[in-house]
Design a protein around this ligand. Sequence first.
Ligand code: HEM
Length: 505
Amino acid sequence: MLLPWLSSWLPRLWLWSTALVLTLGLLQLTRMLARRQKLLRALDSFPGPPSHWLFGHAKEIQEGGGLDKMMLWANTYPSAHSLWFGRFVGFLNIYDPDYAKAVYSRGDPKAWDVYGFFIPWIGNGLLVQDGPKWFQHRKLLTPAFHSEVLKPYVSLFAESTHAMLDKWKEKVRVNKNVEIFNDVGFMALDTLMKCLFGKTSKDQTQSDTDYYLAVADLTLLMQERIFTFQYHNDFLYWITAHGRNFLRACKVAHNHTDKVIRERKAALKGEKLEKTQKKRHLDFLDILLGVKDESKTKLSDMDLRAEVDTFMFEGHDTTTSSISWFLYCMALYPEHQTLCRKEIQEILQGRDTVQWEDLAKMTYLTLCIKESLRLYPAVPQVYRQLSKPVTFPDGRSLPKGGLISLHIYALHRNHTVWMDPEVFDPLRFTPENSSGRHPFAFMPFSAGPRNCIGQQFAMTEMKVVAALCLLHFEFSPDLTQPPIKQLQLILRSKNGIHLNLKKLT
Ligand code: HEM
């Protein structure tokens, strides 16, 4: 009975579904073409480098040395130029302080064409959220970075750094040449887990290692997805090997963060939670795990997981990059390395630990850290979508919905702002030399309402780690393996950062 009915309907069903898929496809294409026209019109007054009809500028950036190619374009087109990732996603790429101020002082939302790709990994956490939800979470989490909360972290930073230095002492017995990036990475993850997530063990667990390696994969896969137009569509992406690799790495990362949440929830049960609530300054996990603020806000399980994933990633990968490139700068410029070491020795007076009170005295070290953040910003590029039109000081404008890419790397090397931008000169940051500088010329932590919530945490950690590294080792460059800068959401090096280390007695 059923069979003849089916055989008469099947061809019609097939025809209808094919027609439906084709219509939906056509509608999508029409929508994308209309959007391209809109973006093209918006970018009309911003000339840029010629772009490939299908790949836009993405292929050229990937094949032409990435950041160096971007610098070439930034030096050719004053203030800003159009930048296409594929045929349908066109940004205004800006690297001028006035342009940066016009957009970044306002707090426009993140550009979904880029940050949407984060969702399967870090969920809708603070980095990605917008509107009232972002405001509420930012307000809730800001006290976790209060200086009273940060103070006790200094000894935890020092403890993890000492573990890394012990590793290096073993390594240099065999070979003075050390690839530092990964060692710094494991150290930074360890400190973050101790400070923000209550890790008590001193050992690097398998879960930590798996997580660290998964993040390296995820950042690479994300960057490739941003550049590759074929991967922009969710449906098409998830059926590619690239998309499946991304999901596999997400699973590893989520296993790690789930374990952290489970363990902390168990540890904070009962009496301990009451004790925690009475503390003057709640730490990050106290806040996340249901300790309410005065407006009685409590995070849902999904929001909690997103914030743990967000802070776990943002809190270690960025500091890894910054500390590694700082040590690279110290190796390249021995005169500044010596001055920093002298300052640290004078402050510590033979001590092998750093205390909170020492940090404010490390003035030369702070200048050098800032200069390394200028030349090697951990987050070289960030993106926004305009919630209302913007007019720049030169009269050019962009309508609502326009996409903005702030190229922090190019802004920090903009020769109209910085004299001899390629020269490592920490004295640029003395109060006298900084006083007349545009407030949006130096933005390693971004600026405005969506700036980095972990800025003080990061600067404190960098100072402690840098001081102890310079106290124990002399660094020189390995001229046979110079780092190859690579944009992988954060600034990495394709071949790691190899330095020669000499243990100091
Ligand atoms: C030297 C180290 C760091 C650098 C250079 C850095 C840089 C940045 C930048 C440029 C942004 C803006 C991102 C965007 O607009 O897309 C940002 C945001 C953020 N950072 Fe950092 N960061 C660092 C360390 C940290 C640390 C240690 C944490 C947490 C413990 C952290 C957590 C965050 C979060 C949650 C946001 C999003 C804030 C919001 O939108 O309200 N960062 N960071």
